[in-house]
Design a protein around this ligand. Structure first.
Ligand SMILES: CC(=O)SCCNC(=O)CCNC(=O)[C@H](O)C(C)(C)COP(=O)(O)OP(=O)(O)OC[C@H]1O[C@@H](n2cnc3c(N)ncnc32)[C@H](O)[C@@H]1OP(=O)(O)O
Ligand SMILES: CC(C)C(=O)C(=O)O
Length: 521
C-alpha cells in the first residue's frame, strides 16, 4: 500500500464506539443504526460501530450496521483475545467491507494490567493479529497508550503487528497527553524505523484532555498518517476524541498548507452533529468550532457591519459548507444600526434614516433588558414604533407594588400632549391598578372589551405582547405593546388603544382638545 504518500486522508469515525463510551452517552440500537446511516451517506471511510464482545446489544448493533452499510467499511473493536476477535468477526462479517480492530496497551502502565512481560505481550500481539487476519482482510492494530510507550518497544510491537498481517496501524494518544510536534515526530519515527511501515496505513487517534486533539491529529497527518480517528462533536471519554467536523473543515479551509483530501460531504456536518447531540444527550457547546450555535453567529455591531459588507471579514468558511443556510446575525445589545437596518429589511420594513434612529433607540432600550432580540421582538417593536396613532398620550414612568401582601398599588406619570400628569391608585392586581391610573389621568368612558397577554419568544426574559381592545360609542380600537415586563406592556397597550381612540374621535369630527385629563396626584 502506498496511500501514505498520497493526498487522501481516510476518516475513521468512532462515535458509536469511543464516542458512546462517554458516561451517559449510551445510544439505543435504532439510534446507532440511524447515525451509522448518516455517517455512511456523508462519506466517512470507516465506521467503528461498536465493541461486539461488550454486550448482546452491541453485537446486534454492529451486525445490523454491517448489513446496512452502503459504502463505508464497518469495523468492530476487540481486545487481544481470541474470543473477542471471533465475536467481532461474527458481527462485522456481514458488511461488504469489514474490518477487525484489535488492541492492547503497550505502555509500562498498561502492560502491568494484564501482567504480561514485554516478550509475552509481543507473542500475544503476533497471535491475535494473525488470528484476526485469518478471518478478515482488513485488520487494524492499536498499541493503546502509544504516546507513553517506550519508542523501541513501540517500534518492535508495530513491526510484529505488520508482519502478522495488520493493514492499518493506529497510534492512539489514549489519555490526550501528546502535543503537536511530538505527535508528528512519533509518526515520522515509526515510518523511518519500522520495516514494512510504508506498506500499511498509519492512523492517528487522539483524545482531547489538553484541548489538542485536532492539532495533534493534523500534525500526525502532516508527518505521514493517512487515517484520522474521530467522532462527531468530539464525543468521547473524558474531554472527548478528535472532532470529525474540525478535521474535515481544517483540511478543507487550509488546503493551501495541508493539501489533503477527505471523501466527507461537509454540507452534512450540521445535521449529523444535531442528531448525535440529540441521541447522545450531549449538547454541543455554543462556541464549539464548526457546529456550535455561535460558530456562524455575530452579535457585535462592528462584526455585523463587516459581515454585511463582505462575509469574509469575519468568516473563514461559508455556512453552506457545513450545511447551514445562512450566517446568523444575532441582534443584541452589541448590535449596531447597520445590522438593525438589514434585519428589518429582511423582515420587510424599509426605514428612512430618522425612523431608523428612533427605532434604534427603542431597540437598544429593549436589548439592555433582554439577552437576545428575536425577529418576533423586532416585529413587535416596529408595530409600536411605526404606528402614527401612538403619540398623544405617552407613558413616562410607572412603579407597581404587587404580591401576596397588601393592596396592589401603581404610581404612574403620563405625558398628555406634552404635559406631565401623575397619579397613584390601588387595584385588584397590578394591571388593574395601572389601568386605574390611566383612567384617572385620561378620563374616558371607553369599555375594556378584551385584555390578552402572549409571550413573543421563549425564556423568562421573553417579551410579553399585550393586546387591549376598547369600545366607545360603537368605535372599537385595539392597542398593542410588547415588553419584558408584562404590567408595563399592559399599560402601554392600554395607552396605545386610547391614542387610537383619540384619532378616531378626531376623524369623526370631534375636537382634538377633547381629551379630558385630570391630575390626580
Ligand atoms: C481506550 C479504550 O477506549 S479501550 C476500550 C474501552 N471500552 C470498554 O471497555 C467498553 C466495553 N467493555 C466491556 O464491556 C467490558 O469491559 C468487557 C466485556 C470487554 C470485559 O468485561 P470483563 O470480562 O468483566 O472484564 P473487566 O472489564 O472487568 O476488565 C477488563 C479485562 O480485560 C483485560 N484487557 C483489557 N484490555 C485488554 C486488551 N486490549 N487485550 C486483552 N485483554 C485486555 C483486562 O486485563 C481485564 O482482564 P481480567 O478480567 O483478566 O483482569
Ligand atoms: C482502543 C484504542 C484505539 C482507544 O480507543 C484509545 O487508545 O483511546
Amino acid at each position: 500500500m502506498t496511500d501514505q504518500k498520497q493526498d487522501r486522508v481516510l476518516i475513521f469515525d468512532t462515535t458509536l464506539r469511543d464516542g458512546e463510551q462517554s458516561p451517559g452517552a449510551t445510544m439505543t440500537h435504532a439510534e446507532k443504526v440511524e447515525i451509522a446511516g448518516l455517517l455512511d451517506e456523508m462519506g466517512v471511510d470507516v465506521i467503528e460501530a461498536g465493541f461486539p464482545i461488550a454486550s448482546e446489544g452491541d453485537f446486534a448493533a454492529v451486525s445490523e450496521i454491517a448489513r446496512q452499510a452502503k459504502t463505508a467499511q464497518i469495523c468492530g473493536l476487540a481486545r487481544a483475545q481470541i474470543g473477542d476477535i471471533d465475536r467481532c468477526w461474527d458481527a462485522v462479517k456481514h458488511a461488504r467491507n469489514p474490518r477487525i480492530h484489535t488492541f492492547i496497551g503497550t505502555s509500562p502502565l498498561h502492560r502491568a494490567i494484564p501482567n504480561l512481560t514485554m516478550d509475552q505481550m509481543a507473542d500475544r500481539i503476533h497471535e491475535t493479529v494473525t488470528h484476526a487476519r485469518n478471518l478478515c482482510e482488513n485488520v487494524q492494530w492499536s498499541p493503546m497508550d502509544a504516546t507513553r510507550t517506550e519508542a523501541d518497544y513501540l517500534c518492535r510491537t508495530v513491526e510484529i503487528a505488520i508482519k502478522a498481517g495488520a493493514t492499518t496501524i493506529n497510534i492512539p494518544d489514549t489519555v490526550g497527553y501528546t502535543a503537536p510536534r511530538e505527535s508528528a515526530a512519533l509518526i515520522r519515527m515509526l515510518l523511518e524505523r519500522v520495516p514494512g511501515a510504508d506498506e500499511i496505513i498509519f492512523a492517528t487517534h487522539c483524545h482531547n484532555d489538553l484541548g489538542m486533539a485536532t492539532a495533534n491529529s493534523l500534525a500526525a497527518v502532516e508527518a505521514g498518517a493517512r487515517q484520522v480517528e474521530c467522532t462527531i462533536n468530539g464525543l468521547g471519554e473524558r474531554a472527548g476524541n478528535t472532532a470529525l467536523e474540525e478535521v474535515v473543515m481544517a483540511l478543507k479551509v487550509r488546503n493551501d498548507i495541508m493539501p489533503f483530501q477527505t471523501r466527507v460531504d461537509s454540507t452534512k456536518l450540521m445535521n449529523i452533529s444535531r442528531r448525535v447531540a440529540a441521541v447522545s444527550g450531549f449538547a454541543v457547546q455554543f462556541n464549539k468550532a464548526i457546529v456550535g450555535k455561535n460558530a456562524f453567529a455575530h452579535e457585535s455591531g462592528i462584526h455585523q457591519d463587516g459581515m454585511l459588507k463582505n462575509a469574509e471579514t469575519f468568516e473563514i468558511m461559508r455556512p453552506a459548507d457545513v450545511g447551514l443556510t445562512e450566517t446568523n446575525i444575532v441582534m443584541g445589545k452589541h448590535s449596531g444600526r447597520a445590522a438593525l437596518r438589514s434585519k428589518l429589511e429582511n423582515l420587510g420594513y424599509e426605514l428612512g434614516d430618522n425612523q431608523l434612529k428612533d427605532v434604534f433607540v427603542r431597540f437598544k432600550e429593549l436589548a439592555d433588558r433582554k439577552k437576545e432580540i428575536y425577529d418576533e421582538d423586532l416585529i413587535a417593536l416596529m408595530r409600536i414604533a411605526t404606528d402614527p396613532e401612538a403619540d398623544r398620550i405617552k407613558l413616562k414612568s410607572m412603579h407597581v407594588v404587587c404580591g401576596t401582601e397588601g393592596p396592589n398599588h401603581a404610581r404612574m406619570t403620563l405625558t398628555v400632549d406634552g404635559d406631565e400628569h401623575s397619579t397613584e391608585q390601588d387595584g385588584d392586581g397590578p394591571v388593574d391598578a395601572s389601568f386605574k391610573c390611566i383612567k384617572a389621568i385620561v378620563a374616558h368612558s371607553a369599555r375594556l372589551q378584551l385584555y390578552q397577554v402572549a409571550a413573543v419568544t421563549e425564556g423568562t426574559d421573553a417579551q410579553a405582547t399585550v393586546s387591549v381592545r376598547l369600545e366607545e360609542d360603537g368605535r372599537i380600537v385595539t392597542g398593542q405593546s410588547a415588553d419584558t415586563d408584562t404590567v408595563v406592556a399592559s399599560a402601554r397597550a392600554y395607552i396605545h388603544a386610547l391614542n387610537r381612540l383619540l384619532v378616531r374621535r378626531e376623524k369623526g369630527g370631534t375636537d382634538k382638545r377633547e381629551i379630558n385629563y385630570k391630575d390626580a396626584s
